[in-house]
Design a protein around this ligand. Structure first.
Ligand code: SF4
Length: 732
């Protein structure tokens, strides 16, 4: 770990950033166990000396005086008292056990936020805890605000939610980006450090990057922008497919070898020639026809969509159609196209087929009590969480555990969640801060930051554009009494060992580990994945191969395990028997029919879209002074002509109304957004928590404009409806 010592106290430790999926290499300057600074790692094979301002500013999060560093218990007056771990965990375990005894597992809910996905141990802890309590437990994640519909499309197409193709950026010659802004997000469901250079390289080798988006985003401004009306992506994709089928651009023989149901798809697209969708999408039919031909005639082409394509009213259909376009254009699973990452573990195909069958069964068998949405990777739609807490009956949530999440800000109509938490018998947050959510809970348990724990980015291994492995030890000890989430949950499970057979079995495993002076830890599991996957040492069978220890010891900057993603692997990626994609689904047919019957409420002529900003990471980095310099806080970005028609000037304070709520914030005017569209960033609305700087800026919470009604949630996947929401804007 230690690179070199500059004196007897200061060390430079090699590690990596886990704020976003880029996973850039970092060097931590540490003195006497305190993090002094972070700088980009020049020797990281992929990020090669790049880190963004959030990565650098993370020192301020680690050392933030507002961080929670001791367990806290809420007083009746709303303030908090410090308590010992022993007192906190024994009381939580006793009360949870009692609720479980009286009402069963359905009375307990668990929510984990986006940062959990960056640790190999945290999601495992949440899964073990919630499933260990019983299959009635309500498990939620931030995924129902950003990715559920993508996962659902994969479940339909490939038989498993986790098979998500990524663009082969190293070899693409035509890349179509939809609803994504990689120059700001640095990639989503896509791990590609220095993504700006990778996109520029496509142009340098004679290719093209086309960004289809209602806003000329930072990415669109650097490449070719094709404006589109919000939430009409599905219509645009149906038209692309219609052109491909009608003009004979689809190689039926070849595609039939990869997929079943091509004729059904061709039939369903026939009613959507570009001329019929142009008025809705705002895209000139001739431009769309040319794009369809280019996609079909360019051997190294891919369409890539992210949150903007997932969070509309047709998220599952849109994600399904993106893959269908790649398939029909002959670009799926080929070099330079849209490709499937894999670990390369022996027998991976059969493990994934078994997992796919289990997850499909679970989706059919287990549905949310409110709304009846099928589980997606074991989780329910978080949009229903407030109603699940407040609606009486069997499986009403009476105790909630929230880990690394702030659903009061991130879930539609989050104010309902804060109120509902107040009515629970027990609420516990595992967090770095007193946030808008954790400050409403009975207990707040302090957790480590990423630099205070060992790690391996297990969930992102198959999304690396260049197959790569990196692991790290903790670079500083936990601050105060902070503990890693795994350790907290494991302690809780051990205190509840007599409650369920799973917890009892874990207790039986813990005893011999303790005799050997060890704790129960999932690190051997992460180690086994590294050793068995591509580049691994196969437990000694491959000389010089990788393991967790070999990575942190001999390869601290990480190791590239293959120059390119393997292609022609569809038989592994698809988990249905026979290994062919399934295109024909009644859910997709219904969603296509629904496009024609959409009704928009009168009085809300504008459409809301989201946007990212380079100095925010959802809601959780607004207390770092480096990121909050200058005029911070959210602004509504509005088309100048729309503003003029309403008598609104640049910088005015405006009221934004939707059928579901109202917020006030300043407005910025621009020509670089499609008329009728307003973009507002998410993650703001800080008030009431313990993060003082974030509270001072506050800002409006855009999710107050969105709906938590089951009828307003994307029907197939349970994904929150966050983009294309009807709104009106007025000067205040
Ligand atoms: S781009 Fe992402 S991973 Fe890289 S330094 Fe910034 S936040 Fe960290």
């Amino acid at each position: 770990m230690t690179d070199h010592k500059t004196d007897h106290k200061t060390e430079h430790k090699i590690t990596y950033c886990r704020i976003c999926e880029s996973l850039c290499g970092m060097v931590a300057e540490v003195q006497d166990g305190r993090l002094l600074s972070l700088r980009p790692d020049k020797d990281h094979p992929l990020s090669t000396g790049f880190a963004c301002q959030k990565g650098i500013a993370f020192t301020e999060v680690v050392n933030d005086p507002d961080r929670v560093t001791t367990p806290l218990r809420r007083r009746p007056d709303g303030g908090f008292d410090e308590v010992s771990w022993q007192d906190a965990l024994s009381d939580i375990a006793a009360r949870l056990s009692e609720i479980h005894r009286r009402h069963g597992s359905g009375a307990i809910g668990c929510y984990f936020g986006n940062p959990a996905a960056f640790s190999y141990a945290h999601p495992l802890a949440m899964m073990l805890f919630s499933h260990g309590l019983g299959f009635g437990t309500h498990l939620y994640s931030a995924s129902s605000q950003d990715t559920h519909s993508r996962f659902m499309a994969s479940q339909l197409l490939y038989g498993i939610p986790s098979t998500v193709p990524i663009p082969d950026l190293n070899r693409n010659r035509l890349l179509v980006v939809m609803g994504a802004n990689p120059l700001v997000s640095h990639g989503s469901v896509l791990t590609a450090p220095r993504i700006r250079e990778r996109l520029q390289a496509i142009v340098r080798r004679g290719g093209r990057v086309v960004v289809i988006d209602p806003r000329r985003t930072e990415t669109a401004a650097q490449f070719d922008w094709l404006p589109i009306t919000p939430d009409t992506d599905a219509l645009m994709l149906l038209s692309l497919l219609q052109v491909m089928f009608a003009e004979g651009l689809v190689d039926y023989d070849r595609i039939s070898g990869q997929a079943r149901g091509v004729e059904w798809l061709a039939d369903r697209c026939a009613a959507f020639p570009p001329e019929s969708t142009a008025s809705a999408t705002g895209i000139d039919p001739s431009v769309l026809r040319t794009l369809a031909r280019d996609l079909a005639s360019t051997p190294e082409a891919a369409v890539y969509g992210r949150i903007g394509t997932c969070a509309g009213r047709s998220g599952t259909l849109t994600s399904y159609l993106i893959d269908a376009v790649n398939l029909c254009a002959g670009n799926l699973d080929v070099p330079g196209g849209s490709v499937f990452g894999e670990l390369g573990v022996p027998g991976e195909r059969w493990v994934m087929r078994a997992l796919g069958a289990v997850l499909r069964y679970d989706h059919r068998r287990h549905t949310s009590r409110i709304g009846g949405f099928g589980n997606m990777i074991r989780t329910e739609p978080a949009t229903m969480m407030a109603a699940e807490m407040t609606t009486p009956g069997e499986r009403q949530i009476r105790a909630l555990i929230v880990s690394a999440g702030n659903p009061v800000l991130s879930v539609p109509n989050g104010a309902e969640i804060r109120t509902a938490i107040g009515g629970l018998e027990l609420s516990v947050a595992l967090d770095l801060y007193l946030t808008e959510t954790s400050s409403a809970c009975d207990y707040v348990l302090p957790t480590t930051t990423m630099y205070e724990r060992d790690d391996f980015p297990l969930p992102f291994q198959t999304f690396h554009v260049t197959p790569f492995r990196q692991a790290t030890e903790a670079v500083v000890p936990p601050r105060g009494q902070a503990r890693a989430e795994w350790d907290i949950i494991d302690d809780l499970m051990s205190r509840m060992a007599r409650r369920t057979p799973v917890f009892a079995a874990l207790a039986a495993l813990r005893a011999p580990a303790r005799l050997l002076g060890r704790r129960l830890s999932p690190r051997p599991f992460a180690d086994a994945v590294i050793r068995l996957s591509r580049g691994g040492d196969l437990f000694g069978l491959r000389r010089g191969g990788l393991s967790f220890a070999a990575l942190v010891g001999g390869n601290p900057h990480g190791a590239i395990v293959a120059d390119q993603i393997r292609t022609n692997v569809l038989n592994n990626a698809v988990t249905y028997p026979g290994g062919r994609i399934r295109l024909r689904h009644s859910e997709i047919g219904v969603e296509i029919d629904r496009l024609a019957s959409r009704q928009d409420p009168a009085g809300f002529p504008l459409r809301l879209i989201g946007m990212r900003d380079t100095r925010s990471e959802n809601s959780w980095m607004h207390n770092a002074p480096l990121l909050m310099r200058g005029d911070r806080g959210p602004r509504a970005v509005m088309n100048a002509a729309d503003a003029a028609a309403r008598g609104i000037g640049d910088g005015d304070e405006v009221a934004v109304r939707s059928p579901f709520g109202k917020i006030a914030l300043p407005v910025s005017l621009t020509e670089d957004i499609v008329a009728g569209t307003v973009a507002i960033p998410h993650g703001w609305g800080h008030r009431g928590g313990g993060w003082q700087l974030a509270n001072r800026v506050g800002g409006a919470n855009v999710n107050e404009l969105t709906s938590s009604d089951p009828g307003d949630v994307e029907a197939v996947s349970g994904m929150a409806w966050l983009t294309g929401v009807p709104i009106e804007v007025e000067r205040t």
